[in-house]
Design a protein around this ligand. Sequence first.
Ligand code: ARG
Length: 734
Amino acid sequence: MTGRSRSARLLSKQLFLTLFLSITLLRGFADEGMWLPLLLGEQVYADMVKKGLKLTKEQLYSINKASIKDAVIIFGNGCTGEIVSNEGLIFTNHHCGYAAITSASSVEHNYLRDGFYAHSKAEEIPAQGLHADFLLKIEDVTKEIEDSVKGLNDADRAAKVQSVITEINKRYSDESKSILGKVSTLFKGNQFLVFVYQVYNDIRLVGAPPESVGKFGGDTDNWEWPRHTGDFSIFRVYMSKDGGPSNYSPEDIPLKPKYSLPVSLKGLKDGDFAMIYGYPGSTNRYETSYGIKQKLDIDNPILVKLRDIRLKYMFEEMKKDPGIKLQLAPSYASIANYWKFYDGESKQLVKYGIYDQKKVQEEAFRKWAEGKPEFENLFTEWAKAYDEWRPYSKQRVYLLEGVLGCHLMAFAATLQQVENVLVKQGGGDIKKAVAAASEARKVFLKEENRISDQHILAVTTSMYYNDIDRSQFPIGFFESLKGSYGDLSNPNTFEKYAAAVFNGTLLFDDMKWNAFVANPDATVLQGDPAYKHASTFLKNWQGKYFPYYQQFTAKNNELGRLYLKGIMQMDPKKIRYPDATFTMRVSYGNVKSYSPRDAVHYDYACTMKGVLEKYIPGDYEFDLPARLVELAKKRDFGQYIDKSRNDLVVTFITTNDITGGNSGSPVIDGQGELVGLAFDGNYEALSHKIAFDPVYNRTICVDIRYVLWCIDKLGGASNIIDELKLVKPVATAK
Ligand code: ARG
């Protein structure tokens, strides 16, 4: 707390409020906003044009004609990709293709480490589990849902909304044609749109740079600018011979897309217009002060400290052996990514005083709501909902990030389904449940590293013991642990316990597992030390704390809906964008340098010069392929050079409003040409899920010219370059 007096604080609050209001009025909606491309109003479109867009609305999004939206896809389960050739070629991020690249790799053919390019379609590698979803149309179903809940109370309302959504999803889907309808709840339940996708499941790996390029800078540079990462990978969508979507078949042929993006060699400079299409996953821009406090006090710090432990033990093993590295790398990367994110989020929320800002906004709302029965008690109720949930909320983070943070326990927990069918007399198909568990076990064993995982079990269990309120322990668990393994204040006790669990479980033992599969028996499962551990903590949560959580989320959702409804009534003219919901959005802004702190200026672009400056031979994060160093020293940049800098531009930043899920998104210039791929956000704006910062927010993009250089010069895959529609700069007279 600063030493300012109360009155000074009050004054500054008022000042802040007037400033806040006038800034929002003046600024309109510049930079901030993840807009639905179908519902771009005239004002937003006009603002885009003012900033440098040269395209018509029809070129941005059209249902009847091919438009940019047809080139933008959901890639896999949480990324964006774009179509860049008329043979279904996809560009996305390296970190989006990471798991597919890793599973195509072996210690002998280590594509993750060395990179990979298919020089013909026959060399492309099927990537199982990946899919590409093309958006066909969007329809507003708000009225249907609203009509179905008229007159219902809160609890019935929520349940009814869910069941109507399920019905609508079914109505818009057609499994036989691989068409998927999915209702998205927008403005916290004040609007519902159904998004209809054509899903393709035959996706193949076409190319990726070596990891030392695709993940250059590793976790040190992750979420930071300046950043020099060549974060791209290349895939292709295939369709059946008759032109429909298909699961993998060797007979399949490359997709003929409706639209593919031209690729620009022109590059951008400071101030240039840039827009980003993609699938931002989630934001919570209307989060309350209570929610922020919950994050700052409990959710974020506990997640971070539990992930610290998991990462530490995984990394120790990954360093030792390339086989283990391949085994653990994808899960390590995803744990590390949001470990750094949530740590940074807390820091920035505090730095920018977001909690106080929210309080001011909430106070203004409370004043407006006086005398309006629907809204006037909203914040009193909200405070109460948080008060009731807070005492148990640690349990949830410990369950998700601690208990289930041990990979063995995450698998063992899934066996609860097997236990359920075994104990229910005559209920459920035992054979089916056990067969599914056997399949899951294969996947589990492929990804399991026992040494790190055993330590993770030991340390997270000990942390649970020290951090959770005793009254919330699973009954009898720690007493019995103490009885068998000794003093609970000694970390060694937990190591001994973990060793006993890992050595005693049948889950690692093929013979014992097969015997169980042949003759499934509830007491065998219940007596297994790994299952016992998982189910003890799971049942403690399910029986005692999950009900509180359900109650809390239902209330929080309902109050959120009312809050937004109220906010929209308070200021009905304001143009708003809905929070991110992993649905297609467009954001627009400019290339822009910034100053992160006093006396420091960050240029808007990073170049090959900086790649070489960061190079540390043999380092885990900052090593480089020898050939890259050689080409860079020879300055062999070909047509990809940036003439104004006389260097290769590798990355650049824009003011665009994006978030996780946007990874791999096309960065498009005013003419509709691809100039980069979005792959990260900067550290100074890690509070962006809660509050967009108009001064500090930046999107980090890999320059498409660096991508092409890596493919062509470094990778020697000119066949891929030949597929693209390249747009070259107009030659200027010397
Ligand atoms: N921060 C990036 C994103 O969320 C992911 C970068 C992956 N790289 C890494 N070093 N973990 O889009």
